[in-house]
Design a protein around this ligand. Structure first.
Ligand code: UD1
Length: 412
């Protein structure tokens, strides 16, 4: 059997890493080299090239031990139509050349949509890992990607039971649905110990965005300079030597592209969160661009307790998450990781396609949208909460094996 799996953007990488490992383990167990048995799974990894920066892409391949992509379509940045169109044109050539039995797509980025459509038009079966998530928000590009991909896919592998209910309501046949759990958690469990060994101050020091007014040591081995740059409560003890910081990530167009949304959010973060405790902000390229455009970037860089970081690696983010007192984010993946790690999380969106991560379903996160008054209230309430790790059904670190088993045994 020949499988092509596809990645395009940062949140795909942690989902494909365990799937590739499952294929390698399967081949090793049943078709060992020189074992005399022909066969096994032939696998090709295609990177569409939507995310291309070292920090947004290559660093994750290195951290997670993902092999170099066999093919890079190099579609790069652009409008949605440009990214999807370029991906389809290039991926069609790959399919015609390679003639795979399956295309496996993950998540909800433009690569997921573009490669599913192209595969089906080339009569290649499609498996979607992380199927059935629905926010109901058609203004989210990811929702459109999910709907189209799930309408076309032959095998829909779901992370939780709510996603299965969503698919059944849309008329998806039961035989196409496989409840496998959350593949992101395979990656989290495989890397927990490595992440735990990282020093938080090293992470800050090696990713901080340098500003001309601060003198930051070049080497991450050198200690951080004295006040005011050092996040004080990292050193103060109190609630534990390292329990006193917050982390924020923002990248959704609905949060960062509008001045009337981003500037008030920034005021709250700078004036009320960063004044309470150090706030680490690994800043997405889109958010950085918009902060500069709205004239708040320099102020962010000048605030000693608001620590602006480059996009950080997988292990580094996991490490910061493990001990953050609170995490504020509009990322779906972080919501899930907070649930398993137990980090109190404010999800800066009005809806979520991942309801199992919400407190009312036993998770660690609460939807706060982007209204500052609401965020402020939840922020103060959430600070009083203890860490509360929970593990939704089948988020057990073994999802990738189940995914591969479903593909290999598919008979529809
Ligand atoms: C994409 C995904 C989103 C995912 C997010 C994670 C879609 C529709 N969206 O959004 O679901 O949560 O990735 O990051 O696929 N840029 C760089 N360097 C890069 C990549 C992008 O500077 O390596 C810049 C682009 O030029 C662009 C901006 O970042 O200005 C946004 O990139 P884009 O890939 O269009 O979408 P994301 O917002 O990252």
């Amino acid at each position: 059997m020949k499988i092509i799996s596809v990645v395009g953007a940062r949140p795909n990488f942690m989902k494909i890493a365990p799937f590739i490992k499952a294929i390698n383990d399967y081949n090793q167990a049943f078709f060992p080299p020189n074992g005399g048995i022909e066969g096994g799974v032939q696998h090709l990894l295609v990177h569409t090239g939507q995310h291309y920066d070292i920090r947004m892409s290559q660093a994750f391949f290195e951290d997670l031990g993902i092999p170099e992509p066999d093919i890079n379509l190099e579609v790069g940045s652009g409008t949605h139509a440009e990214q999807v169109g370029r991906t389809m044109i290039e991926f069609e050539k790959v399919l015609q050349q390679e003639k795979p039995d399956w295309v496996v797509v993950v998540g909800d980025v433009n690569a997921t949509l573009a490669c599913s459509v192209t595969a089906k038009k080339e009569l290649v079966k499609v498996c979607h890992i992380e199927a059935g998530l629905r926010s109901g928000d058609m203004a989210m590009p990811e929702e459109i990607n999910r709907l189209v991909t799930d309408r076309l896919a032959d095998l829909l592998l779901i992370p939780d039971r709510i996603s299965g209910d969503n698919l059944r309501k849309e008329g998806v046949l039961e035989e196409k649905i496989g409840f496998v759990g959350n593949i992101m958690i395979d990656t989290l469990e495989a890397n927990r110990e490595r992440a735990a060994a990282l020093e938080i101050l090293d992470i800050i020091n090696s990713n901080i965005i340098q500003h001309s007014t601060f003198l930051i040591p070049d080497s991450h081995l050198t200690p951080l300079p004295p006040d005011p740059l050092i996040p004080l409560s990292l050193r103060r003890g109190g609630q534990g030597e390292r329990s006193g910081y917050a982390v924020i990530t923002l990248h959704r167009p609905s949060n960062v592209d509008r001045e009337d949304v981003l500037v008030p959010l920034f005021r709250f973060l700078a004036d009320e969160v960063a004044s309470t405790m150090p706030l680490f902000w690994p800043v997405h390229p889109r958010a950085q661009k918009m902060m500069k455009q709205f004239g708040i970037w320099d102020e962010a860089m000048d605030n000693p307790n608001l620590v602006m970081l480059h996009p950080i690696g997988y292990l580094e983010m996991l490490r910061l998450n493990m001990e953050a007192r609170i995490l504020l984010t509009d990322s779906g993946g972080l919501q899930e990781e907070c649930t398993v790690l137990g980090t109190p999380c404010l999800t800066m969106r009005w809806n979520t396609e991942r309801p199992v991560t919400l407190r009312e379903h036993g998770g660690a996160s609460v939807l706060v949208g982007n209204n500052v008054e609401r965020i402020k209230k939840e922020f103060l309430d959430t600070l009083k909460m203890p860490r509360n790790p929970v593990r939704p059904e089948l988020w057990d670190g073994k999802t990738a094996e189940r995914c591969l088993e479903k593909v290999l045994s598919f008979k529809f």
